[in-house]
Structure formats: structure tokens, C-alpha cells
Design a protein around this ligand. Sequence first.
Ligand code: G16
Ligand code: MG
Length: 215
Amino acid sequence: EIKACIFDLDGVLCDTAKYHYLAWKRLAGELGFSFTEAQNERLKGVSRMDSLEILLEIGHVKCTQKAKEEMAEKKNRWYVEYINKMDQSELLPGVLDFLEECRENGLRTALGSVSKNAGVILERLKLQDYLDAVVDGSQVSQAKPDPEVFLKGAKRLGTDPSACVVFEDAAAGIEAARRAGMKSVGIGDPGILCQADYVIPGFEKFHAEMLDQWF
Ligand code: G16
Ligand code: MG
């Protein structure tokens, strides 16, 4: 029986995935190469520095550690410019209704994001009161596909991992859920999220009772 829902942030509760992409694309442009949305799939759910490594590999760019740190900082500045302008209208369709349904059905809720910017985003989206626990990039040492972020969330909620379902838009996040011993629901493309137990297009037509039917 499912007792808790753990939500990824970027691409699940809001569409910040597009801002990460735009910021990385801008960095790639400055370095003189193009960066496509398909290539961006590899960066989803991956930490900032690991994302940079993947981007530099795609562009065949080699540089010093110091230059890398400056690049990551630059990308983050552009990203923060985008998220500082966000408001509740950028919550993805159906998210607020589903979070309310979780409350009504006695399901515990947690955020499981490796983003160091998660706190700012939750504040701008006014989501703090809907989440019983928040685990973000400031509290984990391993990014997805490592299960650390989700296991911490379950621990914080006091829920056994086997009674948790993870909602994720990234292949790395689905793998992390599996490694944590949790159920998973992919949000997005079933081709990319083929490891998930179920894949849905979004929360719009999704209801808490489906969790009882599925798991
Ligand atoms: C998110 C994104 C990743 C991003 C990572 C680090 O993880 O999906 O693309 O690289 O956070 O973000 P930041 O640079 O803000 O620390 P998640 O776990 O929310 O999907
Ligand atoms: Mg995500």
C-alpha cells in the first residue's frame, strides 16, 4: 500500500527543465557549439557539475577545473534570472489539485530534488505548505541515479521505501527510485522513461485512487 508520494521538482511540479536547458544552451553557444533538446535529456536530474561535464563532452571542449567552476557559476546565474521571475502560474497543470488530494487521502508528501535552487523555486510557487518534507541539493552528496535523495525523503517522512512512489521526468530519477526500492511513475515520454512502473503525461487526469489500483 502506498503511504507517501515523493516528487521531483524540475519537470514534474514545474517546468524549470526548460530554464535549465536554455541556460546550458546559452553556455554552449558561447563556447561555439549547438546543444539540442534531445541531448539535454542526458542532463535531467543530474547535478550541476556532472551536467557541465556532459555538456563539455558533447562540445568536445577541454578546460581547467577553475574554468569549469566559472562556467557552472555563469550557467547558474542565467538560470537564477529565470527562476526569480517565476510565479504560481508556472506550476504544471493538475499539480496543485493532486497535492491537495494527497492531503485529503492521508498520503505523506516530500520533495526529492538534487537542485540547490529548489528552496527559491518552492517559495516562488508557494508550495511549502503542501510538502511534509523537503530534500534538496543542499542536503545530498550524490545526484540521481544514486538513490540518496529519495531515501532521505522516505526517512524524513518516516515511511518505508516500499510504501513510497516517486514521480519523475528524468530517466536518472526513475533509476534512482528503483535503486531506492520505491515504485515510480514517469511524467512524460514512455520511450525515455521505459524503466518506470507507469508513465503518465502529467497530473491533469491523475488521481490518488489510481495509486491503489496500480500498486
Ligand atoms: C535538477 C535538474 C537538473 C539540474 C539539477 C541541479 O534536478 O533536473 O537538470 O542539473 O537539478 O540543479 P542546480 O543547478 O539548480 O543545483 P531534479 O532532481 O530537481 O530533477
Ligand atoms: Mg526532473
